[in-house]
Design a binder for this molecule. Structure first.
Ligand code: SF4
Ligand code: SF4
Length: 304
């Protein structure tokens, strides 16, 4: 089959699995400039306690090491913007965490696509959803999905940044897309809105100051200036400020919609939760990542 037809068929297959956008890139080493930017960020210690980002630099540099004979990286964006938001009087929970854990949801949806690729073209595949050392925003850019914003998020022109990015690395040869050469055009709203001044201004974030990192990934106690309103889990302020998100449309993926319980969870519900109740409430949710102790720690920081 012609490469352009393979591409067309694949795109339809992936969109039918619920994806919003899909793009294709040739599997080859990351360009030197982009990789140097990443290693400098690590060398400056901007990744806080996320030491796992230092692992497997050779694989992160070259996705062909993820799968023998890899020829292409398929970059895929899934919309998570929920149709119903929590009331602003409730402790803030990041929008991406309203529904079921995206790792499980997306893997399940892409499994059939990979089986189809293997059956139709006899090619090997590997799904990456935060589960492999790969520079996902770089590959989304290379695959023509959009560009990286000053706030470090990946922006799909016309649709914004409320998207999960994931990849399928495959031995199938697919015509690559052309990267989009867009940028933020000097807007700077996210820089002004970030309460902890964690945005470094070059598409990189100082994770050790970022409330998203502090409330989710950080395992220790953390402190910010006492006049800052802190969230319970994650932080979207730099995304909420971004004009690209004014046109965000609700996700059609029901697994990313909030349950009634998620929409109403308040301070007292969380303060009185036992460890067992935490486990039951957030089973299948990304929020379990911060653990019961982490959520209670975050709760003690809220200004009431
Ligand atoms: S997520 Fe919040 S703290 Fe982190 S960079 Fe964005 S606005 Fe700043
Ligand atoms: S708020 Fe402005 S500078 Fe920040 S990511 Fe959005 S467009 Fe770029």
């Amino acid at each position: 089959m012609e490469k352009s037809l393979i591409k067309q068929e694949l795109r339809e297959m992936i969109l039918a699995a619920g994806a919003e956008r899909v793009g294709f890139a040739t599997a080859e080493p990351v360009d030197a400039e982009s990789f140097d930017k990443f290693t400098q960020w690590l060398a400056q210690g901007r990744h806080g306690g996320m030491k796992y980002l230092e692992n497997y630099p050779d694989i992160r540099r070259d996705p062909r090491l993820l799968l023998d004979g890899a020829k292409s990286v398929i970059s895929i964006a899934f919309n998570y913007y929920p149709p119903q938001l929590r009331d602003s009087s409730l402790p803030y929970i990041s929008l991406y965490a309203y529904g079921q854990d995206y790792h499980d949801v997306i893997r399940k949806r892409l499994k059939g696509v990979c089986e189809e690729i293997e059956r139709t073209w006899g090619a090997q595949t590997r799904i990456c959803i935060d589960s492999a050392p790969i520079l996902e925003r770089y590959w989304a850019w290379r695959a023509g999905l959009g560009f990286q914003g000053i706030n470090g998020t990946f922006i799909l022109p016309g649709r914004g940044s409320y998207f999960f990015l994931c990849e399928i690395v495959t031995t199938l040869e697919i015509d690559p897309n052309t990267p989009i050469m867009g940028d933020c055009g000097g807007c700077g709203r996210c820089l002004r809105e970030c309460p902890t001044k964690a945005i470094l201004g070059n598409g990189r974030i100082d994770a050790s100051r970022c409330l998203s990192y502090l409330t989710i990934e950080c395992r220790d106690d953390w402190h910010v200036d006492s006049d800052i309103d802190t969230p319970l889990y994650g932080c979207d302020r730099c995304q909420l400020a971004c004009h690209h998100n004014r046109r965000a449309l609700p996700t059609p993926i029901e697994e990313f919609h909030a349950s009634e319980r998620m929409l109403s969870l308040d301070y007292d519900d969380i303060a009185s939760m036992t460890e067992e109740e935490f486990r039951l409430t957030f089973r299948g949710s990304a929020i379990k990542r911060t653990k019961h102790s982490g959520l209670l720690r975050n709760l003690t920081k809220l200004r009431r």
